[in-house]
Design a protein. Structure first.
Length: 69
């Protein structure tokens, strides 16, 4: 076996992915809504299946949120 070549990883391979991830996280936190609204809570309740009413009124909502259950 011959000697193995060691490739030094530069800025692009080591630091850039972490900087992109940190920037994306910062953007997410800045744009995050910090208050719960009644519409948001109602959607969460329907998606979680905690709603006592029948789901025949919004079949598309049931289909789209089924994987979350």
């Amino acid at each position: 076996m011959g000697p193995e070549l060691k490739v030094e990883m530069g800025f692009t391979q080591r630091r850039l992915p972490w900087l992109i991830a940190a920037g994306a996280l910062l953007l997410f936190v800045i744009t995050l809504n910090h208050s719960a609204t009644s519409a948001g809570i109602a959607s969460l309740v329907r998606a979680a299946g905690w709603d006592w009413r029948s789901n025949v009124v919004a079949p598309i909502h049931v289909i789209l949120t089924f994987p979350v259950r």
